[in-house]
Write a protein that binds this ligand. Structure first.
Ligand code: ATP
Ligand code: MG
Length: 510
């Protein structure tokens, strides 16, 4: 007698949904990615009860036609890829054709959308994966997806959700990531009582970091000016010849921010790495960043870093995990070294004018000015990387800690040093290029309950760390400071990157 049977479709759908939808933040992630893939310039997210009761994502993207809107809820229905070859050249955030059916399987979902080519909009209602209603509606443009009562039909899953404020913290962290990666778009996140994030379009990452993190935190970061490197890996060398970069060898671009040495974190939760504007977790890159800080940060402490890497889609495989937060690089050693060298070069270049205070938190007892002077000397002797100008002789490392600097062994103190404390004085010895040309008002403190928010784990592969406020992802903390920033942000024209997304192409059921 056969004991194997095919699972009913509803069960299979719930299993599949479990891979994609872990918590409210995963829903926000998938819907936001859809909006960005649809070339939206504005993404608005409204939540109730930390997203457990309601998540509403509205965009001004290209929208969907009536037929496409229905097809979008079929499993493996996507407009973003057509063939297996396309998997190796993915330029959109989504591509699996799984998100909408997965979310619809475990919630009460209403989608309203109108494609620019159609006169009327479409409203589709699902409950627990079942189609309840389809009708024509008047709809301005773009798409809105409303997700109510997440996991109402999988109570076991619902029980795993954390408190409302923790879930809201995850959502805030997540949306802040996307806001950082896409400065030319506007993002808004609001709960019933608070506006948590509201950023209008700006032209640079620097302005966006200011909007979401505030000026004082920005001052603790060294900007990594856009770097380019042509890959040396694709030119086959003949016998006895040295490898030459091929003409068509792909170019990799990197820019970002890395914290000054006095900023010390006890885990890697404050390191954010974006590949083609997708936030990813990657051990190789974490290693490269740690290497960049060798001899600059003591062992066991970590920096804050925001690294934006852009490379041809053929150079990176994102089809590694259903959550799409892991990648594989085709030439991982090249990427590793490029990241390491770019950060290190920026740190070295910033050193002379920054008058770094050397970190004190992890020193052995009895360390003091003599040791500081020794490390200062060692650092100033270090040759610059990647052929940059030699470090000026005037390089100076402050032997004594600055007022307010983290004290030895003070975890909270160390973290607090990176937060934009209200009314705290600006850094006195900053290089001019670290100041905004027209200083904007400091963001006001918001009311996100930080103590409850845990490290971001909106998707599998979440950062390490415990529940202590000091181990929070930095951005979950700082999102509470910027709610009013957008009023002062300057609108700029959108950049030409990324290329026109395929999210607006015709639907393809695979
Ligand atoms: N906000 C939106 N605006 C326009 N089209 C959308 C929007 N959301 C979804 N779509 C369309 O619906 C399709 C299905 O969406 P879904 O999120 O399920 O899959 P996907 O984005 O293609 O892949 P993934 O499962 O990796 O997210 C998309 O390919 C896209 O064509
Ligand atoms: Mg999607």
């Amino acid at each position: 007698m056969s004991i194997i049977h095919i699972l009913p479709e509803a069960v299979a759908n719930k299993i599949a949904a479990g891979e994609v939808v872990e918590r409210p933040a995963s829903v926000v992630k998938e819907l936001t990615e859809n909006s960005l893939d649809a070339d939206a310039g504005r993404v608005e997210v409204a939540v109730e009860s930390g997203g457990k009761r309601l998540i509403r994502v509205t965009d001004d993207g290209c929208g969907m036609s009536h037929d496409d809107a229905l097809l979008a809820f079929e499993r493996h229905a996507t407009s973003k890829i057509r063939s297996a070859e396309d998997l190796f050249e993915i330029s959109t955030l989504g591509f699996r054709g799984e998100a909408l059916p997965s979310i619809a399987a475990v919630s009460r979902l209403v989608l309203e959308t109108r494609h620019v080519s159609e006169g009327a909009g479409t409203r589709i209602e699902f409950a627990g994966g079942r189609l309840r209603d389809v009708k024509e509606v008047a709809w301005a443009a773009g798409t809105e997806v409303e997700v109510r009562d997440l996991f109402f039909n999988t109570p076991a899953r619902r029980k795993f959700l954390k408190s409302e404020s923790t879930e809201l913290g995850h959502i805030a962290t997540l949306l802040t990531h996307y806001a950082l990666a896409q400065p030319q778009k506007s993002f808004r996140l609001a709960s019933l009582t608070n506006e948590i994030l509201n950023v209008s379009p700006v032209s640079t990452h620097r302005e966006r970091v200011y909007q979401v993190m505030g000026g004082q935190l920005l001052e603790q970061l060294v900007e990594i000016a856009p770097q380019e490197r042509r890959m040396l890996v694709s030119a086959p060398a003949g016998y006895g010849e040295e490898a030459e970069p091929a003409e068509e060898a792909p170019i990799v671009r990197l820019s970002g921010f890395a914290s000054r040495p006095e900023v010390q974190k006890l885990n890697r939760n404050h390191i954010y790495f974006f590949v083609n504007r997708r936030l990813v977790r990657d051990r190789l890159i974490l290693h490269a960043i740690t290497e960049a800080y060798r001899n600059i940060l003591p062992a066991g402490v970590y920096p804050v870093a925001l690294i934006f890497l852009e490379l041809p889609a053929t150079e990176v495989d994102v089809n590694v995990h259903p959550s799409k937060t892991e990648v594989r690089f085709r030439h991982s050693a090249f990427i590793h070294d490029f990241v390491r060298d770019s950060i290190r070069q920026a740190l070295i270049a910033a050193r002379p004018v920054a008058a770094f205070s050397l970190p004190r938190t992890s020193r052995s007892a009895g360390s003091g000015p003599a040791e500081d002077a020794e490390i200062a000397e060692r650092l100033s002797e270090e040759p610059p990387l990647m052929g940059s100008a030699p470090a000026p002789q005037s390089a100076r490392i402050e032997a004594a800690g600055r007022p307010g600097q983290a004290q030895r062994g003070s975890i909270r103190g160390a973290d607090a040093s990176t937060l934009p404390a209200a009314g705290a004085p600006h850094h006195s010895a900053l290089p001019p290029n670290l100041r905004l040309s027209s200083p904007l008002p400091e963001p006001r403190t918001g009311t996100l309950p930080l103590e409850e928010a845990a490290p971001a784990s909106y998707a599998p592969g979440a950062p390490e760390g415990g529940a202590d406020a000091d181990t929070l992802p930095l951005l979950a903390v700082v999102t509470s400071f910027h709610a009013t920033c957008a009023r002062w942000a300057r609108s700029r024209t959108a950049s030409s990157w990324p290329p026109t997304p395929k999210g607006c192409g015709s639907s393809t059921s695979t």
